[in-house]
Design a protein around this ligand. Sequence first.
Ligand SMILES: [Zn+2]
Length: 184
Amino acid sequence: MSRIRGSGTRPELALAEALGGTVPYVLNARVDGVRSDLVLEASHTAVFIDGCFWHGCPDHYVRPKSNTDFWAQKLAENVERDRRQTLDLEARGWRVVRLWEHDVFERPTAAAAAVLGAEDALPTPDVRVIRVEVVSEAPLVERRVLATLRSGVLVGDQVGPRVTAKWRRPSLATSPRPSQSTPK
Ligand SMILES: [Zn+2]
């Protein structure tokens, strides 16, 4: 293992704990120039744990109500970078597993199974919100546009009231606050 900072609330450590010593791994390693959260060299697997807000989680992306153009562009850029990194690494022979941060904490056993090769261990690993449009202001109705990560195929619109179901990483009273505050 490489650096371990902060506390057990860090998602890569939660995932490592769920893997439970079944396979050797390296945390926070670069693979072909891309920083990955966890790497299994034996199976040539690069694992990314995507934060629900920054990467467009279908369950937890919340459209900010101010600076909307900035945040819309940020989401589009992040999704595009995720796609490019994933396809680049796969073209170089890596197996890429992208996990939602909420799955790592809420379903650690399933997340570990996905890392170890269970294709359908998790519900929506490859689908993300690519943009959110305002359909009407009063009452506030949004259209959430979902697409697959790798192919960018649109998989649906969800039209309804503004989604506010943010997911927050668990915090432990005895642990220092995670030092990380920038997008992953
Ligand atoms: Zn989520």
